[in-house]
Design a binder for this molecule. Structure first.
Ligand code: ADP
Length: 396
């Protein structure tokens, strides 16, 4: 195999990139460009270049540090690395050599002599420092590296503290906002329900329909707000495990789901067996079931079917929520459990949502030592199965 010798050129300046590319390609070299140190290192790992040209003044990981890292790669021990620099200050050549370079070319690049210089290095030319000088320079190079590292650690620690402050502010803002919105929404929902039940006087059929639409929209809003509030809360509080009979929680949720199924023209089947008490956090358990049911209703078109199955096993409770809805592509099965993730995240999407429901479900299951499995494909519906241990093991 007769491969062209490959030159890896690490340089951020486009004019120099173009010049070197043009001059060396004309001489039969293949030139690969990296914009900065880290991408140069990545390319060196995969490409095994014949020679590396590195600009010492690149931002971030500078040319000296990049060279030192390149040298530490096993296959780069004997590959010539040549520094290119506009820095003509005394000692800069020595610093390049001590960092691991084999040669030093100053800028501006002289296009007439560059190919010959490159060829010399490929054929074996190496510049070396006298040994005494090298030890001394190595010491001061190491010192500089440690100082740079220390400054970076300080910067990152500060940036991290600022990010944590921002994160706390964001949490506070979300909590305040959702509280402020929930209070008026609760009275809105209350009155809409009174209208809907005919308790505030008779309504014309059009008014009835309008009230129903308003009620459905307000319920969607309430669900999003609840999830937002719960998402804030569940991450900051510890769970309060109590022994309870699962049916006490499930019955009212199922009754509400039946009503919703009728409104949404869906068939709703329930399969529940006798159940032993279970140790869970009451509101977390409620939230978990409600979110799975809400999703099943939300993503299933009228005429479809939702099935709720709860089964007792000796050491755990199994709950399965199945639907004949739109389904979820395999590539999304993991991602939908991430906070704020939605399969269709366009603003024009058909289904309202915040992408928090399943993140909460997963969080709750983790806190209970439980698991979730998903079987779903587009157009074939979805089945979410959760397993919750009957007893919580308290770790010391
Ligand atoms: P939300 O429903 O508020 O967008 P979730 O975290 O509950 O957020 O769900 C994340 C995403 O997973 C949804 O946006 C939707 O794309 C997908 N999804 C969840 N449940 C179902 C389901 N039963 N059928 C189809 N898609 C679903």
């Amino acid at each position: 195999m007769n491969q062209l010798p490959q030159i890896l050129y690490i340089e951020d300046n486009p004019d120099n990139q173009r010049l070197v590319q043009r001059v060396l390609s004309a001489r039969g070299y293949q030139v690969v460009i990296a914009e900065d140190g880290p991408s140069g290192l990545a390319l060196a790992r995969t490409n095994h270049p014949t020679l590396v040209l590195v600009d010492l003044g690149i931002p971030g990981l500078d040319g000296y540090e990049t060279t030192t890292r390149l040298r530490s790669l096993a296959h780069m021990h004997n590959v010539p690395i040549i520094a290119l620099t506009a820095d003509a200050s005394p000692g800069s050549r020595e610093r390049a050599l001590v960092a691991g370079c084999d040669g030093y070319l100053s800028k501006p690049i002289d296009a007439r002599v560059l190919p010959a210089q490159i060829a010399e290095f490929i054929e074996g030319r190496r510049e070396r420092l006298p040994e005494v000088m090298e030890t001394e320079l190595l010491r001061s190079y190491n010192q500089k590296l440690v100082e740079r590292l220390e400054a970076r650690v300080r910067e990152l620690t500060l940036a991290n503290a600022q990010l944590q402050d921002l994160d706390r502010m964001k949490d506070q803002f979300l909590a305040t906002l959702s509280h402020e919105l929930r209070t008026p929404l609760t009275s809105l929902l209350g009155y809409l329900e009174l209208f809907d039940r005919g308790m505030l006087g008779p309504l014309t059929p059009q008014q009835e329909e309008a009230v129903r639409v308003m009620r459905r929209s307000s319920e969607v809003l309430a669900r999003q707000l609840n999830n937002l509030l719960y998402f804030q809360e569940v991450r900051s509080r510890s769970l309060n495990f109590v022994q309870l009979q699962p049916l006490d929680i499930l019955r009212p949720l199922i009754a509400a789901a039946r009503e919703r199924a009728t409104q949404a023209q869906l068939q709703f089947d329930v399969l529940i067996s006798e159940m032993q008490p279970i140790e869970v956090d009451r509101s977390a358990f409620e939230h978990l079931i409600r979110n799975l049911l809400d999703n099943a209703f939300q993503y299933t078109k009228p005429g479809g079917r939702v099935r709720f199955i709860a089964r007792d096993e000796p050491t755990r409770l199994i709950i399965r929520v199945e639907d004949t809805g739109i389904g979820i592509p395999a590539g999304e099965h993991e991602k939908i459990f991430l906070p704020f993730y939605q399969v269709d995240h366009s603003l024009a999407r058909e289904h309202p949502g915040s992408g928090l429901g399943l993140a909460i479900v997963r969080h709750i299951l983790e806190a209970h030592g439980g698991q979730i499995a998903l079987r779903s494909a587009p157009g074939e519906g979805s089945a979410f199965t959760v397993a919750i241990p009957r007893r919580q093991v308290v770790s010391e």
